[in-house]
Write a protein that binds this ligand. Structure first.
Ligand code: TRP
Ligand code: SF4
Length: 349
C-alpha cells in the first residue's frame, strides 16, 4: 500500500479560546511556535468557541467578534491556510459527539482533580461556574485532541494537566472499547488502539512582562496588541516600569531586574541587547532611549504581521472561504476517527 506524504507527517493539534485580539504574550506563548510547526507536521489549529461558553455562557455577545479577531491574528501571525488546517470548533460537530461518549466513561473525580478547576472557580468572580459544562471542559478538550488522533499537542505549561487527562481518557476508552474483540487481540498482540495517546509539545515561554512589569495579560490591562499601531506601541512603552533602583539618569542600572530588558531579550538583536546592557550599566544611556530601541524591535516584528492581517481584514470573503475549507478538512478527518469510535463502542452498523 502506498502512503501519501501527509500520512507520513506526524499530526499536531492545538486550539485557543477566542479572548479577542491577541497580545505579544499570546503570540510568543503559542502562535509564534505554531507557525514554526506547520511545515513539518500535519497541523490542525482551531478557535475553541465552545470553550469560551464554559465561562461566558451568560454573556455571549463578544464570542463571534472575538473569534473573528483571533482568526485574523492567526492569519496575520503567519498561519498559512495552504500548509495547515484552520477552523472554528463549533463548525465541526463531531467534537461534541466524541465529548458525549467520553462523558459516559469519565469518573467525576478525574475532572474534580484537574488543578485549573478549583483554582478558576475560586479566582473568577462574578460568574457562576458551578455548572456541568465548566466541570467538563477539560474533557471537551480531550475530545478536541483525540478526534484528530493527534500525535502532539503544542501547549504552554498551564495546559499540561489537560493533556495528561486526555491521555488517561484515551487509555480508559481503549481499554473499555478495544479495536478488536478481546479474543482476536489475544492472538495478535500488536493490535492498535482506537485512540492513540498524544504527547505534549511544551511551548517554551519566554518571560514576557507587560507595561506594568507584571506578566502580560489581558486581565491586567498591560498588553501590547499585535494590532497596535507604531505610535500606540511607543506610547505604551514610555511609562513602562524599569529597574526601580535607577532613579536618576546618572545612576547605572541593572538590566537583569528590568522588565524592559526582558522585552529586549525576546525581540532585540544580540547587538542591540549588548548596546543596551552596556549603556544601562554605565549610565551611558537613559531609559527613554533604551525603551525606544525595544519599541523599534517590536514595531519591526509586528510590521509584516499587521500587513498580512489587514490584507485578510479587507477581504472577509477570503477568510470565510479559508474557514469553510478548514472545517471541511477537519470534519473529514474527525469523521474518520468517529467511524472507528462508533464501531468500537458498538453503535451504528
Ligand atoms: N483550553 C485551552 C486554553 O484555554 C484551549 C484549548 C481547547 C485547547 N481545546 C484544546 C488547546 C485542544 C490544545 C488542544 O488555552
Ligand atoms: Fe531598564 Fe534599559 Fe533603563 Fe536599564 S536603561 S533600567 S535596561 S530601561
Amino acid at each position: 500500500m502506498s502512503i501519501s506524504p501527509s500520512d507520513q507527517k506526524k499530526r499536531v493539534l492545538s486550539g485557543m479560546r477566542p479572548t479577542g485580539k491577541l497580545h505579544l504574550g499570546n503570540y510568543m506563548g503559542a502562535l509564534y511556535n505554531w507557525v514554526r510547526l506547520q511545515r513539518d507536521y500535519e497541523c490542525y489549529f482551531f478557535i475553541a468557541d465552545w470553550h469560551a461558553l464554559t465561562t461566558d455562557y451568560a454573556d455571549t455577545s463578544q464570542v463571534r467578534e472575538n473569534t473573528r479577531d483571533v482568526i485574523l491574528d492567526f492569519l496575520g501571525g503567519g498561519l498559512d491556510p495552504e500548509q495547515c488546517t484552520l477552523f472554528v470548533q463549533s463548525d465541526v460537530k463531531e467534537h461534541a459527539e466524541l465529548f458525549l461518549l467520553f462523558t459516559m466513561i469519565t469518573p467525576l473525580g478525574w475532572l474534580e482533580r484537574v488543578p485549573t478547576y478549583k483554582e478558576q472557580q475560586e479566582n473568577i468572580t462574578g460568574k457562576d461556574l458551578s455548572t456541568y459544562g465548566f466541570l467538563g471542559y477539560p474533557l471537551l478538550q480531550s475530545a478536541d485532541i483525540l478526534i484528530y488522533q493527534a500525535d502532539f499537542v503544542p501547549v504552554g505549561q498551564d495546559q499540561v494537566a489537560h493533556v495528561e487527562l486526555t491521555r488517561e481518557v484515551a487509555r480508559r476508552f481503549n481499554q473499555i472499547y478495544p479495536k478488536q474483540s478481546p479474543e482476536l487481540r489475544a492472538r495478535s498482540s500488536d493490535a492498535e488502539a482506537v485512540l492513540p495517546e498524544p504527547q505534549v509539545l511544551l511551548t517554551p515561554s519566554p518571560k514576557l512582562p507587560g507595561t506594568d512589569g507584571r506578566k502580560m495579560s489581558k486581565s491586567y490591562g498591560n498588553t501590547i496588541l499585535l494590532t497596535d499601531p507604531e505610535p500606540v506601541i511607543r506610547q505604551k512603552l514610555k511609562p513602562m516600569v524599569t529597574d526601580p533602583a535607577r532613579i536618576r539618569r546618572s545612576d547605572p542600572g541593572n538590566p537583569e531586574v528590568c522588565p524592559v530588558f526582558d522585552l529586549h531579550k525576546v525581540f532585540s538583536s544580540a547587538e542591540v541587547q549588548q548596546k543596551a546592557r552596556e549603556g544601562c550599566t554605565t549610565a551611558g544611556i537613559g531609559c527613554i532611549e533604551c525603551k525606544s530601541w525595544v519599541a523599534d524591535a517590536i514595531v519591526a516584528e509586528l510590521k509584516p504581521i499587521q500587513e498580512r492581517r489587514s490584507k485578510y481584514e479587507s477581504n472577509p470573503r477570503m477568510v470565510t472561504e479559508i474557514l469553510a475549507e478548514g472545517s471541511r478538512r477537519a470534519s473529514m478527518r474527525a469523521e474518520q476517527t468517529m467511524r472507528e469510535v462508533r464501531k468500537a463502542v458498538g453503535l451504528g452498523d
